[in-house]
Design a protein around this ligand. Sequence first.
Ligand code: HEM
Length: 236
Amino acid sequence: MIRRHTPSAIFMHWFNALCWLLLLASGLALLANPDMQPVGAWWPRLWNGALGAGGLLDLHVTLGAAWLAVYVVYCLLYLRREVLPFLREIFRLTPGQDLAWCLRKGLVLTLGEPAMRRLGLNPELPPQGFYNAGQKLFAIAAVAGSLGLVLSGVLLALSRGLTDAENLVQWALFVHLACAGIVAVGLPVHIYMAALAPGEGPALRSMFTGQVPEAFARHHNPLWLTEPDGPGVMRK
Ligand code: HEM
């Protein structure tokens, strides 16, 4: 077995996932305008019935503040050991290879390998490093979306009750909804690709145990295995 995730990174992933799901659910309920409500009027009614309109907003803001506070502490404690290496990894883009990986992976999942071969298309995926191209794209969207949500969310929370900041509030709300929307669209794809797609069982288990079988890593992340600061040093 090979170590892939540290206990602190695993904790932060699941803490982040829980906060995101609760913030998305409560944020959706805050969309009172029926024209902007993708779920239906029953969703805000349900939450407002349970918490009251003020209570729902208080819950959303408190959750967002707790999420931000834990992230600030994590970033301060683990900046050099985990945060910077993670950012370096997700921004290690190789546009040609990454595009080829995304297109071929999409075709493999929709058409299947035999149909691709019959059409004369190459189904072989370009070799990937620690993260594959799809994971890098989602991670960049999640990081950028989270930063946009934090900045606009803090502005919105500070301007609560202010009547002369309407223009600023409208812009902050637009950024807040756009960032939440972008990550919300990517999230089902992330959950399917990282955890539920056929053959991804070891990746999901690694988000609990921290380890992946060497054969799985050799198949999914061959470039990672050959890197000087790759998993060799962490092998059990
Ligand atoms: C129930 C929900 C979720 C499940 C089952 C899930 C599953 C996983 C798994 C199995 C991995 C490990 C992939 C690997 O080892 O290569 C992973 C990584 C990751 N997850 Fe999640 N995740 C969930 C929610 C979220 C949420 C809400 C976010 C952020 C908004 C998120 C962001 C990430 C990121 C940035 C990574 C690293 C890069 C990547 O694999 O895309 N995840 N997730």
